[in-house]
Design a protein. Structure first.
Length: 296
């Protein structure tokens, strides 16, 4: 038992002796760093020199991050000076250990940043859903199709009614978007915005906001819209003519409070959330080290 302890102590002494005698980098200034680096590299083979270069670049990247993200602490220091401070007094092995620690920190920061983005998107999604709920007080009624004279030619007009389903009168304006698409290709035929009412307007429960979309496409492409025996046609099915109409309530302003639909969509938010969660999962699986880095 005593012999084992003696061997261990001898091994520890040798380690301390080698460590104390190893060359170390000086971060006093750039000149001192250059000369100390030459002394360190004099005892290194080509692979170790490459590892040292990688480690120093990692330290430099950390110095850049510190300068940008902790300006109060490093306001008076240059990036190079910060980097020299990070490696000052460190041997070859210590610099490599420093670089590995930095790589771990950087990965943790990436994960934290992605998690913050996820939290922000989740909050945005909650707010988006709340706004959609507040705007979901209009119901699309059966679509009518009329035919009107347009410079001597009969032109179909799509009559769209949005019925107010709320229980209290709306005192103000309402905005809608009307997107008419070719159903098979999703090509947009028309994209219109309309605002109804003024600040003193009152919309009672059960009343509708009516908009007309003049159909200016070629008759040969949509012959069914011209083929009805009499007009107006109530409850027309646009899909029979390869058409799709998307009506969205964009805004409601009532009693000096305006609710506006945000840009984008819930589906897009969910897609971005899925991407971010995948990135975090992949980052957590990665074990980055200097060996994974390449010098360019």
């Amino acid at each position: 038992m005593k012999q084992c302890i003696k061997i261990a102590l001898i091994g520890l002494f040798l380690t301390l002796s080698i460590s104390s005698c190893s060359e170390k980098l000086s971060g006093k200034d750039e000149s001192s760093f250059d000369s100390s680096r030459k002394k360190v590299e004099a005892k290194l083979n080509d692979k170790e020199k490459a590892n040292l270069e990688k480690a120093l670049r990692v330290a430099l990247s950390e110095a850049m991050w510190l300068k940008m993200n902790e300006p109060q602490k490093y306001n008076e220091e240059s990036i190079n000076h910060i980097c020299l401070g990070l490696v000052d007094g460190k041997s070859y092995g210590a610099v490599l250990d420093l670089a590995d620690d930095i790589l771990q920190k950087q990965q943790e920061r990436k994960i934290a940043h992605l998690q913050n983005e996820i939290d922000s998107l989740q909050k945005h999604k909650t707010e988006f859903e709340q706004v959609k709920k507040e705007l979901a007080v209009f119901q699309l009624e059966p679509i009518e199709l009329g035919l009107e004279d347009f410079f001597g030619e009969p032109v179909p007009r799509i009559i769209v009614s949005m019925k107010y389903m709320g229980k209290q009168p709306l005192n103000g304006s309402q905005g809608f978007s009307y997107v008419l698409k070719k159903r098979s290709s999703q090509i947009i035929i028309s994209n219109e915005q309309a605002v109804f009412g003024e600040s003193d307007s009152v919309l009672q429960p059960g009343e509708s906001r009516v908009n007309t979309i003049v159909f200016n496409q070629q008759k040969k492409d949509y012959p069914k819209l011209w083929s009805f025996p009499r007009y107006p046609v109530k409850g027309i099915n646009l899909t029979d003519s390869d058409l799709e109409l998307v009506v969205t309530t964009q805004s409601i302003k009532s009693n000096d409070r305006e609710t506006v639909l945000p840009e984008g969509s819930i589906a897009l938010i969910d897609e971005n959330l899925k991407k971010l969660e995948k990135e975090i999962t992949e980052l957590k699986k990665e074990k980055i080290s200097l060996d994974d880095l390449e010098l360019t």
